[in-house]
Write a protein that binds this ligand. Structure first.
Ligand code: 6R9
Length: 635
């Protein structure tokens, strides 16, 4: 019997047991029965976490777009694949059928080919949430080019770093973007970035806001006329199972962003299978994930997972509060959304506005609610459950990462009884482990520790682009033979998991991962700054906010003046983007350090949180006196 669609808790346990007892037989069956292959695999799995090296479905040949598009053409050709809901409610929504998507993707794929893009080339996509974004992603996949989507809120410096890191030959962008009442000049950001990207040969520009923009001769071309001329026939590039499908950057606690490399077959199988079961998607449901395709959530659960299942997936260009805080609920009503997947930060922002906006709309279509990106607090969970789901729509609190490619710990809607703030049980095939400070695995329930995964799963990232050693050091060195997630978690008395948050120097602000090091680097560029340390502190809506401790130089440059705070935030905006701006800045005489010179962030975190009762032993610090002065200075 097929295990592709799990329908109740008993079945979950039964399939889970099967998947961990004999993972290869299990995944082989799922892959065999539910996907289109040009050639089947020779070997389901080979792995060695010490190298680390993981291969799924080796020897298989496929193209993921045949699974997302071609195979639906006969059975679902006229069905809506993508509903595009524009930024402004006054602009009409667009329903793109599978047939139409097919045409758009293959035309776009031909434009890429006509512009010298071949299998294995990297293409940077820097677009707002318009249909061209999903189409560009799929067009790359069609011809075997590796897409690297960069969220269109990153600054030109951040964009340039990502373009250069993986040597993109082409950038796909738009003249600009709408975000609520504002418009952003995306093309000028790209122009600035490309001053430092000598290897980019061409830029394709989609028209969205009809602004006057600068077009660089021989480099830049408008996309639309090229699409009109292009043929809508495009044979898929036949890919090996382990060929890279895409690169997606994520922040680490130190250094440059990490280009996580995802491969084709395993990613496809896992993103599709999780989508089906976590959200219990059944045709003709309308599913909406509010994330941006610039993040992994959008890759797996707006584009690949839903389309692979022949689903109807909503793409929303705008923001939750434009023209007012009822926008999400208006869209739910308008498109009769059945599954709604968003982030705790959005839920908190909406909850703060009360329920009057909800009351104006018919939300009775909602069957399943989802959350992702950071731990959800109890209050937000209940608000979501009571007011959006009216206690009838299960909340799937889905824990996963850019690195994992798909959802890892989660309830399955209607199968797993939910518990507020708990991601509950491992998904099929996932073997979590909690580790103590000595590196031992904690057995049994009612324990908490660092969260690891003991066995490979199909959609795990295979490497960091250009730096396999860093991949090994970051994820496979903390604990022998285990993937380390960077998160802490507890397992309650019945075996449910609750993610407690990052245990490294990554801070999650409004669901966006920010490494402390790049922010500190940006601040330290200011001529007045000697050094700085960033920590997170709890924030009502954003989950965490950023607190910067900044020490100025002893020299004449190092004085506090009116514009200093502004200048520092401007540097951060330039280097990373407005999302990383500091909420609080404190100028200090020094930073608490260990004798080996490491900044004691733990102490700074406590002070930022306003909890100075339990700072631990500070006497071993190199400069214990500085702690007092920081506490004083904060008052
Ligand atoms: C998918 C995504 C990954 C980090 C992850 C963890 C946090 C994500 C969560 C959650 C608690 C959840 N996180 N989902 N924490 N509960 N349901 O968000 O990927 O952007 O790479 O972030 O987000 O800390 O390690 P990514």
């Amino acid at each position: 019997m097929s295990n592709y669609h799990i329908k109740h808790l008993e079945e979950y346990y039964q399939v889970y047991r099967k998947s961990v007892r004999n993972p290869t037989a299990f995944w082989e069956e799922i892959a065999e029965e539910h996907f289109m292959w040009r050639k089947k695999w020779d070997n389901v799995l080979s792995w060695d976490f010490s190298k680390p090296e993981v291969k799924w479905f080796e020897g298989a040949k496929l193209n993921i777009t045949e699974n997302c598009i071609d195979r639906h053409l006969f059975t679902r050709g006229d069905k809506t694949a993508i509903i595009f809901e524009p930024n402004s409610p006054d602009e009409e929504a667009l329903h793109i059928s599978y047939k139409e998507l097919h045409k758009r993707v293959y035309k776009f794929a031909n434009v890429l080919k006509n512009n010298n893009i071949k299998k294995g080339d990297r293409v940077c996509i820097y677009l707002p949430m318009i249909p061209e974004l999903a189409v560009a992603v799929l067009a790359c996949a069609r011809i075997g080019a590796i897409h690297s989507v960069v969220f269109a809120g990153f600054s030109s410096n951040a964009l340039a770093t990502r373009i250069n890191d993986c040597d993109c030959k082409m950038v796909i962008t738009s003249d600009g973007s709408y975000r609520g009442a504002k418009t952003l000049d995306l093309k000028s950001i790209v122009d600035d970035a490309l001053e430092n990207c000598p290897d980019v040969e061409s830029v394709l520009v989609a028209k969205r806001i009809n602004s006057e923009i600068n077009m660089v001769d021989k480099r830049d071309q408008w996309l639309q006329p090229l699409l009109e001329e292009a043929s809508s026939d495009c044979e898929p590039e036949i890919m090996d199972a382990e060929d890279p499908l895409f690169i997606l950057y994520t922040s680490g606690s130190t250094g440059t962003p990490k280009g996580m490399v995802h491969s084709t077959a395993g990613y496809m199988v896992y993103s599709a299978y999780t989508f089906k079961n976590v959200f219990q998607y059944r045709e003709p449901d309308v599913y909406w994930c509010t994330a941006d395709i610039g993040w992994i959530t959008g890759h797996s659960y707006i584009v690949y997972g839903p389309l692979c299942n022949g689903a109807t997936t909503v793409m929303f260009e705008g923001v939750p509060n434009y023209p007012d805080f009822g926008r999400f609920w208006e869209i739910v009503e308008k498109h009769k959304v059945n599954q709604f997947y968003t982030a705790p930060t959005a839920i908190r922002a909406l909850a703060k506005e009360g329920i009057s906006h909800l009351e104006k709309h018919d939300l009775s279509s909602l069957k399943v609610l989802g959350t992702v990106g950071e731990p959800i607090n109890e209050e937000a969970w209940h608000w979501y459950d009571d007011n959006v789901g009216k206690k009838k729509a299960p909340i799937v609190d889905t824990w996963w990462q850019t690195e994992t490619g798909g959802i890892m710990i989660t309830p399955l809607a209607f199968c797993t009884p939910t518990k507020p703030t708990y991601a509950t049980l491992p998904f099929i095939g996932i073997q979590p482990a909690l580790m103590d400070a000595d590196g031992n695995e904690l057995e049994g329930n009612q324990v908490d520790g660092n969260l690891c995964i003991k066995f490979p799963w199909p959609s795990m990232a295979r490497t960091i682009w250009g730096n396999h050693q860093r991949y090994k050091d970051t994820y496979f060195s903390a604990y022998e033979n285990k993937y380390f997630t960077g998160d802490g978690a507890l397992r309650d008395e019945v075996g449910y998991y609750r993610i407690t948050g990052r245990v490294d120097d990554v801070i999650i602000v409004s669901g966006h991962n920010l490494g402390t090091a790049p922010i500190e680097d940006a601040i330290n560029e200011h001529p007045a700054v000697a050094e700085s340390a960033i920590v997170g502190f709890p924030h009502e809506i954003k989950g965490n906010a950023l607190y910067g401790y900044i020490t100025l130089k002893d020299t004449g440059e190092g004085r506090i003046h009116d514009n200093l705070r502004k200048e520092i935030n401007q540097l951060i905006t330039d280097q990373i983007g407005p999302i990383a701006k500091l909420d609080k800045m404190q100028f200090t005489q020094g930073l608490p350090k260990t004798r080996s010179g490491k900044i004691m962030r733990r102490i700074l975190r406590k002070i930022a949180e306003g909890d100075t009762s339990n700072l631990g032993d500070t006497s071993t610090l190199l400069n214990p006196e500085v702690v007092e002065s920081i506490i004083e200075g904060k008052k």
